[in-house]
Design a protein around this ligand. Structure first.
Ligand SMILES: C[S@@+](CC[C@H](N)C(=O)[O-])C[C@H]1O[C@@H](n2cnc3c(N)ncnc32)[C@H](O)[C@@H]1O
Length: 212
């Protein structure tokens, strides 16, 4: 079992250490079996906040709603969504180790092992009612320009919910504003939250995808 210093070092390395994409995924692969325990010790609330925020926007027919969980990790967002009555979720993550643990939860419809970027995925346009990104955006994780692929994948009115450290959204916020001016997105909320991870300023950002 890892000692406390090793655990802290790992969380720091992934949050602020600036590893390359390959180093980062290798680290997530090594980390996956202790991820939930280590993050619980860090008071990791992000996946629950993300799922509950989506739940606050979608109250009816939850069992029919199709959701995409980006940077799915071990599937904690899906676990909470399932508790809230949602039943159809897909996940994307480049770490096979993380995906194996998400699969074991037996609640995801499809899990795709790949980086989510601005490159079009093989998923059909207009597939989802909601897109969740918990603790997986910016700062070396999911890049800002992937928002264009999110818009392609959303149905008209699709909710996109980001939960993450405030510093992770510095480049995203102006892009979202621009896309709102172009009438591709509509802002629903940008809310500060203390319920992300111990002593970590964070934001809940919700936009709605506009399509004619
Ligand atoms: C801190 S974990 C968060 C996992 C989960 N969403 C949660 O809230 O517990 C970040 C995850 O993002 C994934 N990730 C990093 N870059 C990504 C990318 N470009 N596309 C999709 N997932 C990515 C990592 O492999 C890792 O599993």
């Amino acid at each position: 079992m890892e000692d406390d210093d090793t655990k802290k070092q790992r969380v720091w390395y992934l949050s602020d250490g600036n590893p390359t994409q390959e180093e980062r995924i290798k680290e997530y692969d090594n980390f996956c079996t202790t991820y939930e325990q280590v993050f619980e010790e860090e008071d990791w609330q992000s996946p629950y906040v993300c799922a509950e925020t989506v739940g606050s926007y979608i109250t009816d027919n939850r069992d029919k709603v199709e959701i995409l969980d980006l940077g799915v990790g071990t599937g904690l967002v899906g676990k909470r969504l399932h508790e809230l009555g949602f039943r159809i979720f897909d996940g994307i993550d480049p770490s096979q180790g993380m995906l194996t643990l998400a699969k074991q939860k037996q609640i995801y419809r499809s899990l795709y092992c790949q980086f989510f970027t601005s490159e079009p995925t093989k998923i059909n346009e207009g597939s989802y009612d909601a897109i969740c990104i918990s603790g997986a955006f910016g700062k070396g994780d999911i890049p800002e320009d992937s928002v264009y692929e999110m818009i392609r994948l959303g149905k008209p009115g699709c909710i996109v919910c980001f939960v993450g450290r405030t510093v992770a959204f510095e480049l995203l916020l102006p892009l979202l504003e621009t896309l709102e001016k172009k009438k591709q997105l509509k802002k629903e909320e940008i809310t500060e939250t203390q319920n992300y991870r111990k002593d970590t300023p964070a934001l809940i950002i919700v936009y709605r995808i506009i399509k004619d």
